[in-house]
Design a binder for this molecule. Structure first.
Ligand SMILES: Cc1cc2nc3c(=O)[nH]c(=O)nc-3n(C[C@H](O)[C@H](O)[C@H](O)COP(=O)(O)OP(=O)(O)OC[C@H]3O[C@@H](n4cnc5c(N)ncnc54)[C@H](O)[C@@H]3O)c2cc1C
Length: 65
């Protein structure tokens, strides 16, 4: 699994390991708004990442907000 400031993910919170996602504080996620990777340590971010990762784990294709 790729690590930098956290666990590296794409904008769907997918890691480079098949079927493994990262969300919340640990995720070094690709932020489509600024087009670079970012980490964020807030409750709001953890909540929205959990929702996004959950949707994508069951076949959705939702970007981090
Ligand atoms: C003192 C403090 C004050 C804060 N105040 C605010 C605030 O006012 N507003 C705000 O937006 N944010 C605040 N934050 C940040 C906020 O708490 C975090 O961004 C948020 O809790 C992250 O949620 P998370 O689910 O990503 O991680 P966490 O809440 O850290 O949850 C991770 C969980 O994984 C568990 N875990 C770790 N390793 C393993 C393992 N190997 N196996 C199984 N379980 C494991 C941990 O025990 C923990 O329960 C504060 C943080 C701190 C420390």
């Amino acid at each position: 699994m790729e690590l930098r400031k956290g666990i590296v993910t794409d904008q769907y919170l997918r890691t480079n390991v098949p079927d493994i996602y990262a969300a919340g504080d640990v995720a070094d996620f690709f932020d489509v708004h600024v087009e670079k990777h970012n980490t964020m340590g807030t409750w709001d971010n953890a909540l929205s990442h959990g929702r996004t990762a959950g949707i994508n784990m069951v076949g959705g294709e939702e970007c981090v907000p």
